[in-house]
Design a binder for this molecule. Sequence first.
Ligand code: NAP
Length: 324
Amino acid sequence: MTQTNATPVREVLIIGSGPSGLTAAIYAARANLSPLVLEGQPSSTSDQPGGQLMLTTDIENFPGFVDGLAGPDLMANMRAQAARFGAEFLTTKVERVDFSAQPLRVWAQDPNSGDEVEHMARSVIVATGARSLMLGLPAEDRLISRGLSTCATCDGFFFRGHRIAVIGGGDSALEEAIFLTKFAETVTVVHRRKELRASKIMQDRAYKNPKIRFVWDSVVTDIAGESKVEGLHLRNLVSGEEQLLEVSGVFVAIGHVPNTAVFNGHLDMDESGYLLTVPGTTATKVPGVFAAGDVQDSKYRQAITAAGSGCMAAIDAERWLEAL
Ligand code: NAP
C-alpha cells in the first residue's frame, strides 16, 4: 500500500529534463536556488528524461560544438553541468498538480519506494516538452534516427542525395518536404487522402517544386529495413493496391502534442494544448509558474530555442522570488 509523503518547500521545482528544463536548472542552481528537477521516466519514445534529443543521434546545429555531438551526450553534459552547481534530480513523472495557492504543489511517485510524494515549491518551471505523433508501427522504435526522423531542420542535412518520403498532408509535412528538397534527390509526400490539409500557399509551393511528388490515398503499413530505412510498404486505401516505395529516409510529419495533460484545468493552453505565456516572458497566468521549451512553443521547436527559454524561465523565477 502506498502513502503520501511531503517534502520541505523548495524555491524552484523544475518539471522536465530536456534542454529547457536542464538549462533552467543550470541557471537556477547558479543563482543558489537549489532546484529539484523531476526529470520524467523512460516510459515512451519522447516522454523521457532528456526529452526528444535522447532520440537524436547527431546534433550539428547546437552552437559551440564544431564537430557536432550525439543528442544523449548533449543532455548528459547539460545534466552534469546542472548537478555541478547543486541541482538535484528525481527520475519520476508528475501525476497531478495544485497551483491554486502558495506553496505550489506537485505530486509524483518516489522512484525507490513507489510512495506518492508531495513536492512543494514557491516557483515551478514547466518544461515537459512535446512529442511528435508517430504512426504506431513497431518498426518505428527500431529505425528512429536510422533513416527515420521527425525533424527535417535537425536531420535533413544527413540525407544529401537520398530519396526521401514525408508522411502527412498538413503544413508541417509540406514545410518539411520543401526544406528537404535542398538535400534530397526526390521527396515523396505520402498522404492518406487525396486533399491536402495544408494551407493553399504551402500547397502551391509544394506543387511547383520539381523534386516533390505525391502518393495519394495511401497509408504506411510497414517500414522496410533492419538497421536502416530501406523503403516504405504502402497500401492504397481506395484500390487496396500495395507497393514498396524505395526510400532511405522517412520523415513523419503528422503533428505534435505537447505534454500538458497533467496541467489541464491548472494552466491556460491554446486549442492544441500548448501552454500560454505572457508574450516576451515565460510567465503563465499563475503567479510563480513559468513555462519553457517546446511545451509552450509550437513554432521553433529547436534545442537551442528550448534552452534559451529555459534560461528565461530561471531568470523570471528568480526575479519573481526576489519580489516576494
Ligand atoms: P496537422 O495540420 O494536424 O496535419 C497533420 C496531417 O497528418 C494531416 O494531413 C493528417 O491527415 C495527417 N495524419 C494525422 N495522423 C495520421 C496518421 N496516423 N497517419 C497518416 N497521416 C496522418 O498538423 P501539422 O501539419 O503539424 O500542423 C499543425 C498546426 O501548425 C497547423 O495549424 C498548421 O497550419 C501549423 N503549421 C503551420 C506552418 C506554416 O504555416 N509554415 C508550418 C507547420 C505547421 P488528414 O488530413 O487526413 O487528417
